[in-house]
Write a protein that binds this ligand. Structure first.
Ligand code: NAD
Length: 338
């Protein structure tokens, strides 16, 4: 059976990446659109066969409650709008898939989790790498001990931001800078690759406040994560250089990925000597990482299971990001609460 999705926000991710993926899904179909631009919504609806009665805007959004076609709402809006549109969806009796980062603060994450729990609705966060074959295989190899006892994790994630007017550079809309948007991939990977939760963080920030892009949010943050096993994570997040890399070093070998978390074209090398042996992973759970993600949420609803990347996963990252910002601001190591 296919469950019906409403996509909220027809931007580069919602429209450009997610909507074209329903054709690859087994349990998910596109049934409704929510947009502030009626003409755009109509055009997209025609292209993808969405009935006109299933088009909503931000004002009449709550009326989705009366539409049985919609099972799941997928929030693809700027970060500051995630909490509001998740909570309104839950109150309208819909399950929610919300993009990363989950919200601008851990307090907002907690209110989203509470709203979904109160409405008995599932909440999942759009951590697509948990459905991406290279990341799944690297995690399997690392956790199976194939590179021995893990010693350290390294990851650099960034891109060179061009548009100084983008919402991602406005603190009120994005909640923060590169750490919230792209550094979160390094942080989340450090957690899922090691299978551990960090106990302390130490971070440094470098931002040129005279650069018109960085009047409100940070450019570069370097952060260290301490894990209970003794593994150290060293990560860089930036909005001023293109980087997409993961390195896991164990006492018997290493796993290197570059690009590590891309939409496509990821590559991985496993072994003892640098990039000697390139590895192609087995297929992931879906035809693509997005189909795997969309269908996982649908299956969780159909089978009454908790998503593997639920609200708690988004909340954990936000709590650590808040500690990273605090560490950079106060120039001291921050111990994380268990
Ligand atoms: P975008 O700017 O391309 O699209 C944002 C959409 O929100 C647009 O349709 C815009 O019209 C709408 N919107 C409504 N109110 C707005 C406001 N006040 N200001 C700006 N836009 C407003 O952004 P995007 O790249 O599509 O990102 C959307 C979400 O998807 C973000 O949470 C982002 O982090 C996430 N994202 C995730 C991935 C991933 O790989 N998982 C990739 C890209 C984006």
């Amino acid at each position: 059976r296919k469950l019906g999705y409403a996509i909220v926000g027809l931007g580069s991710y919602g429209l450009g990446i997610i909507i074209p993926q329903f054709k690859n899904c087994k349990n998910s179909k596109l049934v409704a659109l929510v947009s502030g631009d009626a003409a755009k919504a109509k055009r997209v609806a025609q292209e993808y066969g969405v009935p006109e009665k299933n088009l909503y805007n931000y004002q009449n959004y709550d009326e989705i409650r009366n539409n049985p076609d919609i099972d799941i709402v997928y929030v693809c809006l700027p970060v500051s709008m995630h909490a509001e549109y998740t909570i309104r969806a839950a109150k309208a009796g819909k399950h929610v898939l919300c993009e990363k980062p989950m919200a601008v603060s851990s307090a907002e994450c907690e209110s989203m989790i509470a709203a979904c729990r109160q409405a008995s609705k599932k909440l999942m966060i759009g951590y697509r790498c948990h459905f991406e074959p290279y990341n799944l295989e690297a995690r399997r190899i690392a956790r199976a001990g194939e590179i021995g006892k893990l010693r350290y994790f390294r990851s650099e994630h960034g891109f060179n931001f061009r548009d100084p007017n983008a919402w991602r550079l406005k603190k009120a809309l994005a909640g923060g800078g590169s750490m919230m948007d792209i550094g979160i991939y390094a942080l989340n990977a450090a957690r899922y690759m090691t299978g551990e939760e960090p106990t302390a963080v130490y971070a440094q920030e470098t931002t040129d406040r005279k650069d018109p892009r960085f009047r409100e949010v940070e450019d570069m943050i370097g952060f260290q994560l301490e894990f209970p096993s003794g593994v150290i994570g060293s990560c860089q997040s930036m909005y001023s250089a293109n980087q997409n890399h993961i390195l896991l070093v164990g006492d018997k070998g290493r796993i290197e990925m570059e690009p590590a978390t891309g939409y496509q074209g990821n590559r991985m090398w496993v072994g003892g000597n640098g990039r000697d042996k390139e590895v192609t992973p087995p297929p992931g759970p879906g035809a693509t990482q997005w189909a795997g993600q969309l269908d996982h949420m649908a299956q969780c609803v159909l089978q009454d299971r908790e998503p593997i990347v639920g609200g708690q996963e988004g909340l954990r990252d936000l709590r650590i990001i808040e500690a990273i910002y605090q560490s950079a601001r106060e120039q001291k190591r921050i111990v994380l609460k268990a």
